[in-house]
Design a protein. Structure first.
Length: 134
């Protein structure tokens, strides 16, 4: 057992999924019940919202699953109302530099070197974000 702790300012967290690289994803929740999706790896919990463009109208609220390639799926909310319902968008985060082409897919978020270093899965060099539906 490992205490994952929480993202700064939050009061509780849970673990929804773990892959064979010991990367864990889920959500961290504040006292008001607001949630943020996170990735925990190598003892560090990182808010997945750091992976999407600053001008995005989405907030990644929880991550449901992570596969052995480091691809993460979860649910987002439209930031203006933070109301998640049956029409809330799903998301897919894809580690950059993976796949046959080695090119990031359409909708890629450009990350700073600092963020890439923090979130580098053992086999990738960053993440791209794609809206999707599960």
């Amino acid at each position: 057992m490992v205490n994952l702790k929480t993202l700064p300012g939050d009061t509780c967290s849970a673990a929804y999924a773990i892959n064979n690289q010991s990367q864990i994803v889920s959500q961290s929740i504040n006292v008001n019940g607001n949630s943020r999706a996170f990735l925990w790896q190598n003892g560090v919990m990182t808010d997945l919202n750091a992976l999407i463009p600053a001008n995005s109208n989405l907030t990644l609220v929880y991550a449901d699953d992570i596969n052995d390639a480091g691809e993460i799926v979860g649910q987002a909310c439209v930031s203006s109302n933070r109301v998640c319902g049956s029409d809330s968008p799903d998301f897919l985060l894809v580690p950059m530099g993976q796949g046959a082409s080695g090119k990031a897919p359409a909708g890629t978020a450009v990350l700073s070197d600092r963020v890439r270093q923090q979130l580098r899965p053992r086999s990738g060099a960053g993440m791209s974000v794609e809206p999707g539906s599960r």
